[in-house]
Write a protein that binds this ligand. Structure first.
Ligand code: BG6
Length: 478
C-alpha cells in the first residue's frame, strides 16, 4: 500500500501521465524502415500514427521507408502512403513532406545482406520497425545479429510478442543479442490509451480514490473491451490468433497492470515498468483453474446496420481451428492490496452496444435498514471508459423528495479528447526514445505465463467453444 504521508514523492498531477509531449520533440532526423510495409497494419495504423506525430510536432524530420519481400514501384508506394495519411486527416504539409521523402525497398527480412542495405539507405537515425507475424520476428533478429549495426539503431516490434511463452522467451533472447533493452520498443497501443495512461493521475492524484483502491473497498474489477467490429478481412492474422491472444494476453493485461499495480515513486520507465512487472508476477488464474476462462464465437447476426455471417463462414476462416472471437479470463492478483478480488477480463468481436471500460465495483455500504440500494449491485461503481477517457462515478443518493428512497446518480468527468491517438502516443515515445510506453521484455513474458494454462486447456479441448449471435451482448450466463 502506498505511503500517503510522503507527499514529496507523489507523481506530479501536471506531469502524469508522463508521456512525451509532442510539442517538445527534439528535431532529430530519423528514418523509420517498416518491415511488413505491405500489411494492413502499416496502412491502417502505423503510417497514420507517424503522420499524427509529425503533424503535432512540426519540427520533427522523419523519412519513412517501406520494405517487404514483394517489390513495389516507388510511385505505387508513395500513392499508398499518401492515401493512408489523407484518409486519417493528416495535414497537407505533413502529407507532402512524408510522401516526398518516402521510398520502397524490396527486402527479404531474414537476409542479413538485404537488411544491411535497408539500414544503409536510411538518411536519418534508423528505426527498424518489425510489423511482421510473430514467427518472423525471431528470423529478423537472427539475421541482424550477423551484421554490424549502427550504434544509434532503435528497433520496434509489433505484438503479439511470440506465439507462446517459450517463443516469447526465444524472441527476447534473440533481440537481446542485437540491441539493449533501452533501444527496443515492444508496441502495445493500449499503453497510449488516454484512460490507461490517465490511471496514474486518477488513482494517485485523488486521495479519495487511492484510499479505496484495495480489497477492503472493492468487490470486483471488470476490464472489458467489446467491439462491434468483426473479422474485417483479417482472417490471415485473426484466425490463427483469436481473442485471447489478440486482446487479453496483450492489451487487457496491460490495463490490468496499470489498474492494480502499486504506486511508482516517479513516472519513469524503470519505476513504472518495475511496478507493472511486480503486479503481473502476482497474477494467476482464479484458484489456478483454467476452466474459469471462457471462450465463444459469433454466429450470423446483425450488428447495427451490418449483417455478419457466422464467423466460420467468413472468407478464409478454417472452421476446424476453433478460433474464439470472444474470450473471458477470471484472474486473481496475489498482492496484499487485492486479496480475494476477482478481476474479469473480457473482449469480444461482433458485440452489439459494446462496453469498453474498466469498472471498479465498490462493496456495498452498510446503509441503515430502509435505505437499500435501488438494485442488487454494489453501491458505487467507478467506470473509466477505454474509448474517449471519460470517468463515471455511479453514486447512491437520497431522492430529493423522498428522504428514505435511494437512487443512483452518475457523475461524469471528461478530460476531453487527446491530441494524439493511442497508437500515435506510443510512436511519439519511440521517436523521442522514451521507453515508458514500451512493453519491457520480462513484462511480455509475464503476460504469456498468465495465459499459458488457458492456452493449453483450450488446445486440449477442455473448455467448450460456445456461440453467441453477432449483435448480441455475447454470452450472458458467465
Ligand atoms: O479499438 P482499437 O484501439 O483499434 O484497438 C482494438 C484493436 O486492437 C488490435 O491490436 C487488435 O488486433 C484488433 O483486433 C482490435 O480491434
Amino acid at each position: 500500500m502506498s505511503d500517503q504521508s510522503d507527499t514529496t514523492t507523489q507523481p506530479d498531477p501536471d506531469t502524469v501521465p508522463g508521456i512525451p509531449d509532442a510539442e517538445s520533440l527534439e528535431p532529430t532526423k530519423r528514418t523509420i524502415a517498416i518491415l511488413g510495409a505491405n500489411g494492413d497494419l502499416a496502412k491502417r495504423l502505423l503510417i497514420p500514427g507517424l503522420g499524427e506525430v509529425v503533424d503535432a510536432a512540426r519540427d520533427i524530420s522523419l523519412q519513412i521507408i517501406g520494405a517487404a519481400r514483394t517489390p513495389q514501384p516507388n510511385e505505387e508506394w508513395r500513392a499508398t502512403v499518401r492515401a493512408s495519411l489523407e484518409d486519417a486527416g493528416i495535414g497537407a504539409r505533413t502529407v507532402d513532406a512524408l510522401v516526398s521523402t518516402t521510398e520502397f525497398i524490396p527486402t527479404d527480412a531474414s537476409d542479413p545482406d538485404e537488411l544491411r542495405a535497408l539500414l544503409d539507405a536510411c538518411t536519418g537515425s534508423p528505426i527498424l520497425y518489425i510489423a511482421l507475424p510473430p514467427s518472423a520476428g525471431r528470423k529478423v533478429a537472427e539475421a541482424l545479429a550477423q551484421i554490424d549495426l549502427p550504434d544509434d539503431l532503435l528497433i520496434a516490434i509489433e505484438k503479439p510478442f511470440g506465439d507462446d511463452l517459450a517463443d516469447a522467451q526465444a524472441l527476447n533472447a534473440a533481440l537481446a543479442e542485437v540491441v539493449p533493452e533501452e533501444r527496443l520498443w515492444r508496441i502495445d497501443h493500449f499503453l497510449g490509451n488516454a484512460t490507461v495512461l490517465g490511471m496514474l493521475g486518477l488513482r494517485f492524484g485523488n486521495r479519495l480514490l487511492e484510499a479505496g483502491w484495495n480489497a477492503e473497498q472493492i468487490e470486483k474489477v471488470e476490464i472489458l473491451y467489446d467491439e462491434e467490429l468483426g473479422l474485417e478481412g483479417r482472417a490471415a492474422f485473426y484466425d490463427q490468433t483469436g481473442a485471447l491472444r489478440d486482446m487479453l494476453q496483450s492489451h487487457l493485461l496491460m490495463v490490468l497492470a496499470l489498474t492494480a499495480m502499486e504506486r511508482p515513486d516517479a513516472v519513469t520507465p524503470t519505476d513504472v515498468h518495475d511496478r507493472i512487472a511486480e503486479v503481473l508476477g502476482a497474477v494467476r488464474l482464479w484458484k489456478d483453474d483454467p476452466s474459469t476462462a471462457r471462450r465463444a464465437r459469433y454466429t450470423e447476426g446483425r450488428v447495427g446496420d451490418r449483417l455478419f455471417p457466422s464467423y466460420v463462414d467468413e472468407p478464409d476462416v478454417d472452421a476446424s481451428r476453433e478460433t474464439e472471437t470472444l474470450a473471458q479470463l477470471l484472474l486473481q492478483v496475489d498482492t496484499p492490496r487485492w486479496q480475494g478480488v476477482p478481476f474479469v477480463l473480457r473482449s469480444g468481436k461482433g458485440i452489439g452496444d459494446p462496453r469498453r471500460e474498466v469498472a471498479m465495483h465498490f462493496r456495498r455500504s452498510a446503509a441503515p435498514t430502509g435505505l437499500d440500494a435501488p438494485d442488487g449491485h454494489a453501491d458505487t461503481v467507478l467506470r473509466m471508459s477505454l474509448k474517449g477517457g471519460a470517468v463515471h462515478l455511479d453514486l447512491i443518493v437520497t431522492g430529493a423528495d423522498d428522504v428514505d428512497g435511494l437512487r443512483r446518480v452518475e457523475l461524469e468527468a471528461d478530460p476531453g479528447a487527446a491530441t494524439l491517438s493511442a497508437y500515435a502516443q506510443v510512436l511519439a515515445g519511440l521517436l523521442q526514445e522514451n521507453t515508458l510506453l514500451s512493453v519491457r521484455g520480462d513484462i511480455a513474458e509475464q503476460c504469456w505465463r498468465i495465459v499459458t494454462p488457458v492456452v493449453t486447456a483450450w488446445a486440449a479441448g477442455e473448455t467448450p467453444l460456445e456461440e453467441y449471435e453477432a449483435g448480441s451482448a455475447g454470452p450472458t450466463d458467465w
